[in-house]
Design a binder for this molecule. Structure first.
Ligand code: SF4
Length: 226
């Protein structure tokens, strides 16, 4: 099977799993561009459940970029605490809200999003995929690590991973790749001791870099206890 076919098969399986998945990424906002942008900025180095709760508190107090731009920094910090780097992110959100309020819209192009203060490629691609339904592949630590483990890419940097995935994944599936792979990472493909034995895409995965002795000993102990 080619890598492109394997990527499609993996996406199809994970798509079916998504409805019943308990992965915390399902709590993050989708659709409204400004809310998605805020969630994507807050999510860096923060658990998704913590991010989702912070977004809810923030949007309840300031449901638009104009309202958020007028909020004092102390209150903003208090509302987003305990997200990682909440002081820096509060300043960043303030600048971001001012710029979006000035524009009166969230840009729907990569170039436009990258011009916003503090917005990098990953955040921009999350907004394009989740808020605008565009075929963008957002590569975060989960997507980079797991795409390598699956053997779909052999890369060291996230930009390389994004470029290869764009070649492999058909347009119609690209926008969902981030959420599907992050969900896999939160439930089965953990950084340490991935649950390969129970993984729904185990038969399609090359398990690159996974300690196969540990994986095999799990399999044989499972066989003897059955
Ligand atoms: S089989 Fe193992 S390494 Fe591969 S995706 Fe599943 S959990 Fe990760």
């Amino acid at each position: 099977m080619t890598e492109a076919r394997r990527a499609v098969a993996i996406a199809r399986i994970l798509d079916r799993e998504w409805a019943s998945s308990a992965a915390p990424i399902k709590l993050l906002p989708r659709r409204d561009p400004f809310t998605v942008l805020v969630g994507a900025v807050l999510s860096t180095r923060t658990q998704d459940a913590v991010t989702a709760a912070a977004v809810r508190r923030l949007m309840a107090s300031a449901p638009s970029s104009a309202r958020l731009s007028r909020m004092g920094l102390t209150r903003l910090r208090r509302l987003i605490y305990p997200v990682g780097f909440y002081r820096t992110k509060a300043r960043q959100l303030h600048l971001l809200a001012r710029q979006v309020a000035h524009l009166r819209y969230v840009p729907n192009t990569l170039e436009g999003l990258l011009e916003l203060p503090g917005v990098g490629r990953k955040v921009a691609n999350v907004v394009l995929a989740e808020a605008f339904g565009k075929p963008a592949v957002a590569v975060d630590t989960h997507v980079h690590r797991i795409s390598n483990r699956l053997g779909l890419v052999q890369t060291t940097r996230s930009e390389q991973t994004e470029a290869v995935l764009i070649r492999l994944i058909p347009k119609r599936l690209r926008g969902r790749w981030n959420r599907l792979i992050v969900s896999l990472g939160q439930t089965y493909c953990r950084p340490v001791r991935p649950r390969c034995r129970e993984c729904p895409v185990g038969s399609l995965c090359l398990k690159v870099g996974v300690d196969l002795r540990e994986y095999q000993s799990c399999q044989s102990s499972a066989r003897t206890t059955r």
